[in-house]
Design a protein around this ligand. Sequence first.
Ligand SMILES: Cc1cc2nc3c(=O)[nH]c(=O)nc-3n(C[C@H](O)[C@H](O)[C@H](O)COP(=O)(O)OP(=O)(O)OC[C@H]3O[C@@H](n4cnc5c(N)ncnc54)[C@H](O)[C@@H]3O)c2cc1C
Length: 438
Amino acid sequence: MSPHDVVVVGAGLAGLSAARDLMNAGSDVVVLEARARPGGRVEQTRTADGRLVQLGGEVVGDFHTAYRGLVDDLGLHLGPSFTDIPGESTWLMNDGLSVGNAVPWLSASDQRKHDRIERQFAELAATVDPDNPWGHPDAVALDRLSVGDWLRSEGATANIVRAMEVRAMALADDSVERRSLLGDLRKESAAGALGFYNYDAWESLKVVEGSATVALLMAEQLAHRIRYSSPVAAIDITTNGVSVTLHTGERFTASDVVCSLPAGPLRDVRITGLSAERLASLHRQQHAPTAKFVTVYDSSFWEENNQNGTGYFEHTILGGTWVQNTGILSALVPVGKLGPYFATPPMLREKALTAELGSAYGPRATAPEAVFMRNWGADPWTQGYITAWRPGELTAVGPLHGTHEPPFWVVGSDQWVCGYMEGAVRTGRAAARELIGK
Ligand SMILES: Cc1cc2nc3c(=O)[nH]c(=O)nc-3n(C[C@H](O)[C@H](O)[C@H](O)COP(=O)(O)OP(=O)(O)OC[C@H]3O[C@@H](n4cnc5c(N)ncnc54)[C@H](O)[C@@H]3O)c2cc1C
């Protein structure tokens, strides 16, 4: 086969946005995708009555400028997400169920302490450069510290730590005891150093036409340039460029390769010709895996009880819920609860999880019209969900994170601060710009 200008490995948002920009700049580009569909961690399906259901990435924030720019370029539209829905949050806790926007167990004194610690977090976050957290004078110490240990060192009560933990579970983030403080500071610095994770900043918008439509439209434009069902087995950097080999043995050569694989699948590809430091850095990166559970009803009946569908669950398998669309509830199984999820026999899982929804939203929640369960952690082409920075990991992965070693270009949400669709589009389009300007 004649050489291409660029081989892009992976047709998720990162690979597609890089390939589309390269194509539009006149490059001869081929995209090699393991699955039979584009989109990677964004995927959508339709219910029998025609409603779109997102099985992967859904919502974005105002500061997600790369993603917003792409949505605009594609002629799609952003609208408000679940954060705009009136009503109150639901707290399904070890000690009972309650509805309200304040964390139910925080006393006035806890709340004052919480707010003070959050201000300190914001001030500290503002000292971290999201593009170069390693340059922080205290990088090693901040990375070694878990968020939980830092909270306690600042005077957080057990009630405050519990609130942070419950919020993390709803997001399917890892426990505060297993997250690097520097990782969290970097993430929130990227969001403007407003404080702890804030739904309004990170999750207030969604694509009206469906989040996965962003990927589908790019794939449509790239057309025959995408080769589906073509898992890559090896990438070899040679003196003349790159050679990319499929599991079938078929080879593609090009001047450059843009690798957009998630951290786990990337470890499964044999890569030669890269520096040992870069390979070690790429192979070190960790993910917090998750499973997504979506239930579809005829209406948002929870609103009748002033519940807005945003739920925080403590002792259950689900970490919490949010409203994907009218009558559609999304939920994630956080990494710390995947053990009980797997321990529940597969034929009983749907019943067990809808029973949890019933505990939060009443008996109608136990009888959805349709249910979708997608275990991304066990999917060989994802093996995760979002980047996880455990204590010490950010400095171990190091300053090579998110950088390139031409002709090997590395993009994808895992190469940004913490994952997210913004990270995929931002790194994909930035690499394409550099390649075009070469
Ligand atoms: C359940 C869930 C909910 C999420 N919610 C949100 C959200 O609300 N907001 C948000 O911003 N982000 C969210 N995310 C994260 C977001 O979806 C991802 O960060 C983003 O879509 C990743 O894009 P990517 O292109 O970097 O990687 P991917 O989408 O993972 O793309 C990588 C591609 O590489 C392919 N591939 C893997 N191995 C090979 C191989 N050997 N050869 C060829 N191809 C291969 C894969 O099939 C895939 O298509 C969520 C993710 C999940 C799983």
